[in-house]
Design a protein. Structure first.
Lengths: 202, 202
């Protein structure tokens, strides 16, 4: 027979234990922000609530009407990899980067002539994972969910791009571990510097 | 005298109560992401970990070398106002929007000719608060921490801009409650639609 006093103590201990588990778990097990299913990447969601790192633009009118990437590219990093980048200046195993693409919409506004985001037209991902991509250069793989030529929907799942399609250019020209950090001042500011990472500090 | 059994019950009840408070509080008290001190806005920090909504660009080369806003404008909304926007399609009292400005840096990359972000050159904020700005149109006030002409530092605190400097243009041309949502497809997608808000769903 368990005394009531003991029973209450067990309840208290259980609650304290549960609390401890809830707050301690994330630092013990790294969370991944991607899912591979039957060899394909499942289209990610929730990335607009991750960390934005920049938005390069190489519009048609700067590339004789034939830009390879004519859209705005809004780029995000998953929150746990951001924390790791802030602390260490390295992309952790499991890093997920998302590139969401918007057509150039309006080219004129009260603020001036230029480029304003139009409709969504594509979604790409880059993931570093030794477990999933042991044979890719530095374990980075590249994915596209974009459906040309209409760009009116996205694939549900997608295979990794052939290595030659993306990796060679990233390997040759990207500043840090296959990522073009040189075009992302937010990543440059945040590199191993949690103080500068969050903004408002120069 | 309190019996041990009662004492233990009180401990259990307290822990349960504390747990409840921790998780219930955010929905009871709205959090604000700005601080007004001696009539000036304190320079915000942490906004790069808020929600990114878009990055318009009106570069010099599209405005005869004399653009009013020649930089990339990365725009963020505070997390609680984002939640409110997703649920209601309205900007809550207390909404804080941040505009961080980067010079155009490189104009050529392996991906093509265009515009890539360079160094940070400015920081602005727009805040809607009936308590703080009862006399501003729809309670929106506009702030700049930018220090021209060098753009090498930011002000620590800053006064609201005179109403005529910003508000008139926002009132006339912004699509929704003084905000130019027409140039921010992320806001348009998220308007009262939590499902589409997070991305990956068209």
């Amino acid at each position: 027979m368990i005394h009531k006093k003991s029973a209450n103590s067990i309840i208290v201990a259980s609650i304290v234990g549960l609390l401890f588990s809830i707050f301690a778990l994330p630092s013990v097990f790294s969370k991944e922000y991607f899912t591979i299913k039957n060899g394909e990447l499942v289209r990610p969601s929730g990335y607009r609530e991750w960390i934005y790192v920049g938005a390069p633009l190489t519009p048609h009118d700067k590339n004789n009407g034939k830009a390879n990437f004519p859209e705005f590219h809004s780029v995000y990093i998953d929150p746990e990899s951001w924390e790791h980048w802030k602390k260490t200046g390295e992309f952790r195993d499991g890093t997920t980067l998302i590139k969401e693409m918007n057509l150039v919409g309006s080219t004129s506004a009260p603020s001036g002539e230029g480029y304003f985001m139009g409709r969504f037209v594509g979604l790409e991902a880059t993931i570093k994972s030794k477990r999933e991509f042991p044979n890719e250069p530095d374990n980075w793989a590249y994915f596209s969910f974009t459906v040309p030529p209409e760009h009116k929907s996205l694939k549900q799942t997608t295979k990794a791009e052939p290595t030659a399609n993306c990796s060679a250019c990233h390997e040759k020209s990207a500043k840090h571990d296959f990522v073009f950090t040189q075009y992302y001042p937010i990543l440059e500011a945040a590199k191993a510097d949690p103080h500068k990472a969050v903004g408002g500090v120069w």
